[in-house]
Design a protein. Structure first.
Length: 89
């Protein structure tokens, strides 16, 4: 198990991105958080195995139907344990 951050840039706020990311993470059995950032980006912190995280990263490149993802950046973090996947408001 490992923890990563995923920074998603583009038109990703106001397009159901956080809720869709939560649903995708839950379907992949990933735990963590997703939140909007002040500059218009979305940040996910996700814990799972390498295959689960790869699937989530691939989903983040596209996002929900109305999102326009211009760039994503990933970074490995020290392991963090979460009980579920939550939207931080």
């Amino acid at each position: 198990m490992q923890t990563i951050s995923i920074l998603v840039k583009g038109l990703v706020q106001g397009v159901y991105y956080r809720q869709s990311a939560k649903e995708k993470a839950i379907s992949l059995e990933i735990t963590g958080t997703v939140k909007n950032l002040p500059g218009g980006d979305v940040e996910l912190i996700a814990t799972g195995d390498a295959a689960q995280l790869k699937d989530l990263i691939n989903w983040c490149r596209q996002g929900p139907a109305r999102a326009i993802v211009r760039e994503i950046k990933t970074n490995e973090l020290p392991f963090q344990q979460f009980s579920d996947f939550r939207i931080i408001r």
